[in-house]
Each structure stands twice: as structure tokens, then as C-alpha cells.
Design a protein around this ligand. Structure first.
Ligand SMILES: Nc1ncnc2c1ncn2[C@@H]1O[C@H](COP(=O)(O)OP(=O)(O)OP(=O)(O)O)[C@@H](O)[C@H]1O
Length: 251
């Protein structure tokens, strides 16, 4: 579903390649997390997939085809929900369809209502975002990401601003969504436990410049509950990943 082939990228203001010959693959329907220390370049990978940044070399393929010149092949959900405060929740959800411009107003509203119901927000379409709780706003933002119609979802620390209880509730909610629709999800987080609870595979940024990602299979079948986090194999993986991240930020 997503493939990097020897991708190289440099920010204009920097004198080195932050991404330096990176190759990796994500299969269709996988839930994969990317972890690494702050500032190592995780979001840069997402920006390259979304063509918000242009690589210097290498290829990025989605669904086996080069991304260049294409649109609508991925949905992006940033850390902050970025819902427009002056729009109703429904009109926020309609945005990706408005941008595409390929469906009528009535159809946009129908799809928005359907997706609101899907994320447990029936009846909230006429509200403004500031009338929703943090968790509800994130669900609305996720619904908007779904309405891009893309099979590949890039979720960039979507729960990091939430309080602990809302956060674990949202993790369980997201896992339930994924277990139903099996979209391909690439998920950035700083939280090792969140990564192993949600993912089938965890990719670790071991160094900057990023030349490779270390890949770890998560040893727990789906469907999952939080109880799996206390299993010895999961605890061992958690400790191993924390150890790797500690080494990277050691001073
Ligand atoms: N527009 C830019 N110009 C120059 N440098 C940038 C730019 N955007 C990001 N950087 C730098 O590139 C590095 C990687 O940034 P990026 O946002 O990809 O990291 P990250 O791993 O996602 O960080 P965090 O976990 O804190 O969100 C950082 O050192 C950052 O300062």
C-alpha cells in the first residue's frame, strides 16, 4: 500500500539530508506505528507522503503507483484537530468532499451524517467544534479524515493532547474502527504502550539522518483488549522499545 524506495530529503535551511536513502513498505490493511525521539523526522515522513514536501531523490509509491501528480490517495490527521471553528461539525466533515468537488451538496451532507453516526456523533452535526469535548473533536477530525475516501490514513499523534482517560478510550475506539474496516494506518506516537496496543508492527527511528526503520512485530492477535499489555511478550517488547528510545536521547 505504501512503499519508500531510497528516499532522500533535505530542508532548505539545513545542510544535511534528514531522510537519507530510506526504504520501507507497509502492506494493505496493516496498522503500523512509527516511534522515535522528538525532532527525529517522523512527521517529515508523513509530509513527504502527502507531497507537502518534495523529496530530493528516490520514489514513494501508494498502491503500487508513484504519488507524483496524484491527489486523494491518503488522508492525514494531525496532532491538533484543525477543525474550523466557524464551521459546523457537519461542514467541517464536508471539507474534503468540497475540495474534491465531485459530489452534490445533498450527497456531501448525507455522507457527513453517515460518517458522524459511524464515529458515534449522531446529532452533533449542527454544533460548532468548541461545543465538543476533546475526544469528540478528535472523533470528528477522524471522521473528516475518513471522508477523504482514502484507503491509506496517516495519523500524526492524534491523541497526544488528550487527558489520560480520554486517550485510552480513544485508543480502544480507534482499534475498534480499524478492526471493522481494515484501512491501512500509519500512526505516529511518542507513547510506546499506545504503539504496541494498537499496531501489528512498530517501526522505530533509530537515528537521524533516517536511513532505515527498525521493524518489530507485535506479538498479540486481534481483536485486542488492554489486558494484552500485561502479557510477558508484550511487556518484553515494551521494555525493548523503551530501551532503544532511551539510548537515542541519552546525554
Ligand atoms: N520547515 C522546516 N525547515 C527546517 N527544518 C525543519 C522544518 N520542519 C521541521 N524541521 C526540522 O526537522 C526535524 C524533524 O522534524 P519533524 O517534525 O519531522 O520531527 P518529529 O520526529 O515529527 O518531531 P516531534 O516528535 O517533536 O513531532 C526537526 O529537527 C525540525 O526542527
Amino acid at each position: 500500500m505504501l512503499e519508500f524506495q531510497k528516499v532522500v530529503f533535505q530542508y532548505d535551511s539545513e545542510d544535511f539530508n534528514i531522510i537519507n536513502g530510506l526504504s520501507f513498505q507497509i502492506e494493505k490493511g496493516e496498522f503500523v506505528s512509527v516511534i522515535g525521539p522528538s525532532g527525529c523526522g517522523k512527521s517529515t515522513i508523513f509530509r513527504l507522503v502527502g507531497q507537502l514536501l518534495t523529496r530530493k531523490a528516490g520514489e514513494i509509491l501508494v498502491g503500487g503507483e508513484r504519488i507524483d501528480g496524484r491527489r486523494g490517495y491518503c488522508g492525514y490527521m494531525p496532532q491538533r484537530d484543525l477543525l474550523f471553528p466557524w464551521r459546523t461539525v457537519r461542514d467541517n466533515l464536508c471539507l474534503p468532499m468540497e475540495v474534491r468537488g465531485d459530489v452534490s451538496r445533498a450527497e456531501m451532507d448525507r455522507r457527513a451524517e453517515e460518517t458522524l453516526a459511524h464515529v458515534g456523533l449522531s446529532g452533533w452535526g449542527d454544533k460548532r467544534p468548541d461545543e465538543l469535548s476533546g475526544g469528540m473533536r478528535q472523533r470528528a477530525a477522524f471522521a473528516r479524515t475518513l471522508l477523504t475516501g482514502s484507503e491509506l490514513l496517516l495519523l500524526d499523534e492524534p491523541f497526544s493532547a488528550l487527558d489520560f482517560l480520554t486517550r485510552i478510550t480513544m485508543q480502544e475506539w480507534l482499534l475498534g474502527q480499524w478492526e471493522n474496516d481494515h484501512k491501512t494506518v500509519l500512526f505516529i506516537t511518542h507513547d510506546v504502550e499506545e504503539a504496541i496496543f494498537l499496531s501489528g508492527r512498530v517501526l522505530v527511528v533509530e537515528e537521524t539522518p533516517i536511513c532505515r526503520l527498525a521493524s518489530f512485530e507485535v506479538p498479540a492477535p486481534y481483536p485486542r483488549t488492554r489486558a494484552c499489555l500485561t502479557e510477558p511478550r508484550m511487556l518484553a517488547l515494551r521494555e525493548r522499545l523503551i530501551g532503544m528510545l532511551r539510548r537515542e536521547v541519552a546525554v
